[in-house]
Design a protein around this ligand. Sequence first.
Ligand code: SAM
Length: 277
Amino acid sequence: MNKRIPILIASASLLVAVGGVFVALLAPGGSGQPIPNFVDSGDDATLGEKLLDDYKARFDAHLESGRPFIDAFFSEIRLVDFATVGIEPEFVLADLGCGVGTLPLALLAQDIPFKKVYALDVNTYSLDFLRYALEKGISPKSGRVFPKRSKYTDIGLQDDIVDILFIVEVPAIYYSLTMTGHYQDDAEAFARMERLFATIRKAVKVDGELHFIYPTQTPTSGDLDPAALVEAMSRVGFRLVQQSTVALQVENYYFIFAQSESTKSDRSVRTPGAVAY
Ligand SMILES: C[S@@+](CC[C@H](N)C(=O)[O-])C[C@H]1O[C@@H](n2cnc3c(N)ncnc32)[C@H](O)[C@@H]1O
C-alpha cells in the first residue's frame, strides 16, 4: 500500500476532530461561550427571559461537554482560592449582588466546607439561572445555596446570622458609596447605601466580616480609589481590617472590613490567593 495513505487518513481524521471542536465552540449555546456574570436585563422582562434561556442552553451544552461545571462561567471570582479567605465549616455566608451565582458555585466546585450561603440579587433572572444550575446535580452540597431576591436598600436577611458577607464587583454599590462615576456627587445614591448598609450591619454578626472584591482597574471606569472606598465604608459602619490584591484574570483588590463597633481582635492576616481548576 502507498505509505502516504495512512498519513493522509490520520491527517484527515485530525482535521475532522479539530474542526468538530471548533464548530462546537462556535455553535450558539456551545461550550465556547462563557456565561456572563449576571443577566443584564434591567426592567426588560422579554430580554430577561431571552437571556435566561440562552444561558441555560449554554450551561446544558457545557455540562454535555464533560468539562468541570465551573468552567462555564465568565466571572473571575471563580478563580479565588476560597480555602485561603478564612471560611470556617460552621459559617453562614452571603453574596450580595451575586449575579448568576459564580461565587456560590465556585464554593461548591472547590468543595469548601461551609454551612450555608445566601445568594442575593435584585435581578430575578440571574437568581432563576442560579436555581436552574443548582438543580443540575452539580454538587451534593447544592442545597446549601439559597438564592434570594434582595432590594436595592434592604438585604432582606434575619439579624445576626452572617459570618462573612461578600460584595464582588457590584459597580452600583461602589460608585454610590464613593459618589463617583454615574453617581458623581449624588447624595441620594449615598443615602440609599446608608439604608442598605444599615440592614447589612444588622444581618452580619457583630464579629462578622465584609469582603469587598473589585478589579483595581476597569476599561470603562478606570482606577478604583481604595482610600475613597475605605472612607465611604467607615461612613456606613465598617472599618478596614485588611487590604490586599489578588491576581485573577486581572488584578483585584480584596478588602476585609469589620463592623465599626466590633471589639473582637482581628483574625489572623490572610493572603487570598488564586486557584487553578
Ligand atoms: C457585575 S454583576 C456581578 C455579579 C457577581 N458578583 C460576580 O462578580 O460575578 C453586579 C450584580 O449586582 C446586582 N446589584 C446591583 N445593585 C445591587 C444591590 N443594591 N443589591 C443587590 N444586588 C445588586 C446586579 O443586579 C448584578 O447582578
